[in-house]
Design a protein around this ligand. Structure first.
Ligand code: PLP
Length: 372
């Protein structure tokens, strides 16, 4: 199988599996218990925390592990709104955010908060003038992602954070798709990240919080994480996340150069008639979302079962409804259904990518009405 779905998840790095092994096979102590074994587990978690914090690279804050980035985003939004004064009941976000943000905002709206969802241009970028016009002193938090999971577009996070701060609001950044790949800009007060997008294990994420910007707890109990997030931590998952973050920081330049090579190699195999969805310039280039007139993308995926790639339109749970992201950049439903997403990275070989893109291109042209 050729795996080209790096935005969905990434292969676990061998170094990560190795670091986790003792914590799965032998070392089972509860990291919150005072025994020698418990203290050893707690110490390993603190080393892992440092690695993730260092990979985020911002000072003046601390990081709490969570069960996923989805949890981190729910916590950041709900906990910030819980603490916000009555004069600040608004959230400003963008139409192309992940469901973990958009659905949480919708839930908060039902609880009485006001939500402004900013549009994007055809490249997928938010206009800073729109941000400026929307953010005033009634806003508690501005939530914008660093890299879009569907089209790879990179938003101007530092500029958005300074607009939020000028109005006294906090800035939340969903950095899940950018963490470990791009440097995280200065500015956000809250940052959500996830291990499984950087060659770490699934079911662990984290929320980085600038000092003083900590949200009210979402999960109540023993207060194991900094007194504000409860639940026994998994040393194996934390150690795996730490190892993945350390590796990503060490390999950032090499990974970046490799992704550039892959992007160029993939584009080189596409015949005329394909269009890149989303800005090609303001983009993380491990995400190639493309469309071709009259392509039946769902059929293409089922015809090429030994290549793992996604519908560019990421239909909502098989409902056949095209994605909110492609609609937000102005594509028709038909164009969205003719879009595919190829995601590649550290462990993708240029040869296998070229082979896969050639076969995708041939199969696409072979579909009725597209034959060359
Ligand atoms: N935000 C973005 C941009 C994502 O791509 C994802 C995962 O698909 C998430 C949030 C949620 O991350 P997790 O799988 O850790 O809940």
């Amino acid at each position: 199988m050729i795996y080209l779905d790096y935005q969905a998840t990434t292969p676990v790095a061998p170094e990560v599996a190795e670091a986790m092994r003792p914590w799965i096979e032998e070392k089972f102590a509860n990291p919150h218990s005072p025994s020698r074994w418990g203290r050893e587990a707690a110490a390993a978690i603190e080393v892992a925390r440092k690695h993730v914090e260092q990979a985020i690279g911002l000072s003046d804050g601390r990081l709490a592990f969570t069960g996923s980035a989805t949890e981190a985003l729910n916590w950041a939004l709900k906990g910030t709104m819980e603490k916000a004064p009555p004069s600040r009941r608004r959230i400003v976000t963008v139409a192309t955010e992940h469901a973990a943000v958009l659905d949480t905002c919708e839930w908060l709206e039902a609880q009485g908060c006001a939500v402004t969802r900013l549009p994007v241009n055809t490249g997928g970028l938010v206009d800073l003038e729109d941000v400026r016009a929307a953010v005033d002193r009634t806003v508690a938090v501005v939530a914008v992602m660093l890299v879009n999971n569907e089209i790879g577009v990179v938003q101007p996070i530092a500029e958005i954070a300074s607009i939020a701060h000028e109005a006294g609001a906090l800035m939340l950044c969903d950095a899940v798709q950018g963490f470990g790949r791009l440097s995280i800009p200065e500015g956000p007060d809250l940052i959500a990240v996830s291990a499984h997008k950087i060659h770490g294990p699934k079911a662990i994420g984290a929320l980085w919080m600038r000092n003083g910007a900590e949200p009210a707890p979402l999960i109540h109990g023993g207060g194991q994480e900094l007194g504000i997030r409860s639940g026994t931590l998994s040393p194996a998952l934390c150690v795996g996340f730490g190892a993945a973050a350390k590796l990503a920081a060490e390999r950032r330049e090499a990974d970046h150069a490799h992704v550039e090579t892959l992007w160029n190699a993939a584009l080189g195999q596409l015949s005329p008639g394909w269009t890149v969805n989303g800005s090609a310039d303001h983009r993380y280039r491990g995400n190639l979302n493309i469309r071709h007139d009259r392509l039946d993308a769902a059929r293409l995926i089922s015809d090429l079962r030994d290549i793992a790639f996604s519908l560019g339109s990421a239909c909502a749970s098989g409902s056949g409804r095209p994605s909110h992201v492609l609609r937000a950049v102005g594509l028709s439903d038909r164009e969205a259904r003719s879009s595919i997403r190829l995601g590649f990275g550290r462990y993708t070989g240029a040869d296998e990518l070229i082979d896969a893109v050639r076969r995708i291109d041939t199969a696409a042209r072979g579909q009725q009405g597209l034959a060359a």
